[in-house]
Write a protein that binds this ligand. Structure first.
Ligand code: BTN
Length: 245
């Protein structure tokens, strides 16, 4: 990964650029990195705060020969790669909140957005967007983010070299992606579970259809969250925001 890097000073969203490159036939492993995003995108149509020179805002094009319903697993592969890179560089052990939030002390350090292009039931490309809060200081954050977001600098007390962090994330991702393609989701699932905070806890899953409260039992072999409600019924949650109780 990262043999082919598109580096930009300022873009609206690296996801948008990567999507266009992938439609134009960019090879697997192409990476788009920007110093700033003016319209960074988060999950569920939210905005992603992407100030200049302080974070890692990047999108990676993958072209696995898989069914579209496997794409969410790649989000979990990426989450493990990011956590391993942070652990190696800072000795902080971050936690993963299903499906894709990476937290330190309960605050968000990284978000992952997986977008898919499929053709006749096969994946054509998956664009994995990774947004990492690296060198922001507290003052950088707008009021509404202060309680939910943090940065590696705030948590570790040190400025980090973003290029080094990018190299490490891409190296980990390449390794785990290969492992995933060769051995399937099982080894990734084990790694993912070792970092997951929500498993075994009472949570509220906020979904488009409404809220669901219960115990997070774990994830299925497909990366779907299993939640047991108070009546003992098990629900399969494909997409939601999780709130720990
Ligand atoms: C989330 O909602 O947690 C996902 C956030 C993903 C943000 C990254 S930053 C790089 C890439 N480009 C975007 O516009 N979004 C993703």
């Amino acid at each position: 990964l990262g043999q082919n890097i598109h580096y930009e000073e300022s873009v609206d969203s690296t996801q948008k650029i990567a999507l266009q490159l992938s439609l134009d036939g960019a090879p697997e492993g192409t990476v788009v990195i920007a110093e700033e995003q003016t319209r960074g995108r988060g999950r569920m149509a939210r905005a992603w705060f992407s100030p200049k020179y302080t974070g890692v805002w990047m999108s990676v094009i993958l072209r696995p020969n898989l069914l579209p319903q496997k794409a969410p697993q790649l989000t979990l592969v990426t989450a493990v790669a990011v956590v391993q890179a942070i652990e190696e560089l800072t000795s902080i052990k971050p936690e993963i909140k299903w499906p894709n939030d990476i937290l330190i002390n309960g605050k968000k350090i990284t978000g992952i957005l997986t977008e898919l292009q499929a053709e006749s039931d096969r994946i054509n490309s998956v664009i994995i967007g990774i947004g990492m809060n690296v060198n922001q200081e507290l003052e950088a954050y707008p009021e509404e983010l202060l309680t939910i977001a943090t940065s590696l600098r705030i948590e570790s007390g040190n400025r980090l070299n973003r290029a080094e962090l990018i190299r490490l994330v891409l190296a980990k991702l390449e390794h785990l992606y290969d492992l995933y393609l060769q051995e399937g989701f099982q080894p990734i699932k084990l790694l993912w579970e070792s970092y997951a905070v929500s498993i075994g806890k009472m949570i509220t899953a906020r979904m488009v259809q409404g809220d669901l409260y219960g115990k997070a039992l774990g994830i299925t072999g497909d990366g779907v969250l299993m939640l047991e409600d108070e009546a003992g019924k098990v629900h399969f949650v494909y997409s939601a925001d999780i709130e720990l109780q």
